[in-house]
Design a binder for this molecule. Structure first.
Ligand SMILES: [Zn+2]
Length: 81
């Protein structure tokens, strides 16, 4: 189970969301000691960017618009491939 936490006040900013709106965003990031990385960029309008790097070194990045449509859904190969 991964618990997200916010990177303090500096993690809040206003950016152009993937849908084109100006939206306040929040960064969340979590890691464990074995190389797992989970990053979430969450826009106030509901769009979000999620990056997840797994223990084997492979990663998955998704950019999801606030209506639920995945604009990007990419997997990176495992380390060493
Ligand atoms: Zn949006």
């Amino acid at each position: 189970m991964i618990h997200l936490r916010c990177w303090g006040g500096r993690s809040v900013m206003t950016e152009n969301a993937p849908c084109g709106k100006q939206a306040r965003t929040h960064w969340y990031r979590d890691t464990d000691d074995d190389g797992l990385i989970l990053e979430n960029l969450i826009y106030a309008c509901g769009c979000r960017y999620v990056y997840h790097q797994f223990h084997d070194g492979s990663g998955r990045a998704r950019l999801i618009r606030h209506d639920g449509k995945a604009l990007i859904d990419e997997r990176s190969p495992e380390r060493g491939e």
